[in-house]
Design a protein around this ligand. Structure first.
Ligand SMILES: C[S@@+](CC[C@H](N)C(=O)[O-])C[C@H]1O[C@@H](n2cnc3c(N)ncnc32)[C@H](O)[C@@H]1O
Length: 396
């Protein structure tokens, strides 16, 4: 996601309709907190704020993506992202007879449109482009977007409601892992406490309780893995849902390749001693800040991804790591240059626009370095060429 970083005090005010919606979501959260005896885990708070039926951020109708939404994702920044990814999909689709594409969490549908258009140009279209999208509201947006495609492309897209069985082909997930609800914890000497949320006046506040066994064990495993104890007072996150999500995904693939893009790090980087407030980020009207307890239901809540955890869960389920590269590397070595063949023939205005888009997608201070692509394969012989240089999988 591409946004400005700001202080909570500098956030723009919510418009009256959004503020009214947020009040309703806050009421729902307060009832749940009351019925749970006074507090709920942050993971449950996040699950409800983002996905409560009819109310949550991803489920109700707020704008979310794009310049007039809360954040901009790579396919929203530029069609170049999907076109390069499409070019990388083409040889894999050629290698596997009858291969499909499955996109997880397709947002506005922009990536699907970009990839299908590129694959049509390369005469490498899959028979089916499937989308697994839990939000009915986003599904309907995706359907409108796909309906604008030529009939031969649009007819290939279908929406599914559960993991498909025996999938053969390519799975794509851009900025989905960061949207899975995660637990927050704080170390208190040798004890792991879970950060929970309680009601406070018309808002919410943090409270702590001894972490449940699963969370405490996850933190102990992280400490074992990085070879040191996290210090007293250290706050961070663990996405307990992530290993199961990856396991479900790996189990449904018979043969194919997963390209997972997100902002994230190796476990050692993620749990570095100096990163003692974790990697949680909230997005509201193109501003990033760190208070998830405000604006419930109308702001996005995310955390960076522990890519070591993703790789570990996938390998446990029989997948191999094909490569782990920065988004800049993926684009620059994956065919971005080919997309610019006619650059000199474009109008100045278009050249300026394209240059701006490329900068956002690839510069280290923008999306180039923080965003990574992890490639995971099952029963494939060839590693995509894009992973052959500068692969950083060894740090996971
Ligand atoms: C930050 S948005 C990214 C959207 C899109 N991929 C893009 O790049 O613009 C997160 C997306 O993941 C979806 N999502 C959340 N949980 C999911 C899950 N368990 N499986 C599949 N998609 C999920 C959301 O509904 C939303 O479409």
């Amino acid at each position: 996601m591409q946004v400005q970083t700001g202080q909570q005090s500098s956030l723009p005010a919510a418009d009256p309709a959004s503020a009214a919606h947020s009040e309703i979501v806050a009421g729902c959260l307060r009832s749940r907190i009351a019925s749970a005896g006074g507090s709920i885990s942050f993971a449950e708070f996040m699950q409800l704020a983002l996905y409560a039926p009819g109310l949550g951020y991803y489920v109700a109708g707020s704008r979310k993506f794009g310049a007039d939404g809360d954040f901009v994702t790579a396919p929203e920044v530029s069609p170049l992202f999907g076109r390069v990814l499409g070019a990388q999909c083409a040889p894999i689709l050629g290698e596997i007879p009858g291969a499909d594409i499955l996109e997880l969490g397709a947002g506005s549908g922009a990536l699907a449109v970009q990839i299908l258009s590129k694959l049509q140009e390369l005469a490498a279209l899959p028979e089916r482009y499937r989308i697994l999208e839990p939000s009915a509201e986003l599904q309907s947006r995706q359907k409108s977007r796909v309906a604008e495609l030529p009939e031969d492309l649009a007819r290939r897209v279908e929406w599914i409601t559960d993991w498909p069985a025996n999938l053969v082909g390519i799975v794509l997930a851009n900025e989905v892992a960061d949207a899975l609800p995660f637990a927050r914890f704080v170390k208190r000497q040798d004890t792991v406490n879970e950060l929970c949320v309680t009601s406070a006046g018309s808002g919410f506040d943090w409270c702590e309780r001894i972490a449940p066994t699963r969370l405490a064990e996850a933190v102990r495993n992280i400490e074992k893995d990085i070879g040191s104890r996290l210090p007293d007072g250290y706050v961070s996150e663990v996405c307990l849902a992530l290993p199961q999500w990856i396991a479900d995904l790996a189990d449904c693939v018979d043969r194919g390749m997963l390209f997972l893009f997100d902002y994230g790090l190796s476990r050692r980087e993620y749990y570095a001693a100096e990163r003692d407030q974790g990697w949680l980020r909230c997005h509201f009207r193109q501003r990033a800040h760190d208070n998830p307890l405000i604006l419930p239901g109308i702001q996005d809540l995310t955390a960076w991804v522990d890519f070591s955890a993703v790789a570990e869960a996938a390998v446990k389920r029989g997948m191999q790591v094909s490569g782990y590269v920065t988004q800049a590397h993926f684009l620059l070595h994956g065919g971005l240059q080919d997309e610019l063949d006619n650059f000199s023939e474009l109008q100045i205005r278009e050249q300026v626009d394209l240059s701006r888009q490329i900068k956002i997608l690839t510069l280290p201070g923008e999306m180039g370095e923080n965003f990574k692509c992890l490639g995971l394969a099952k029963n494939l012989t060839d590693t995509p060429a894009v992973f052959e240089l500068s692969d950083r999988a060894h740090i996971l």
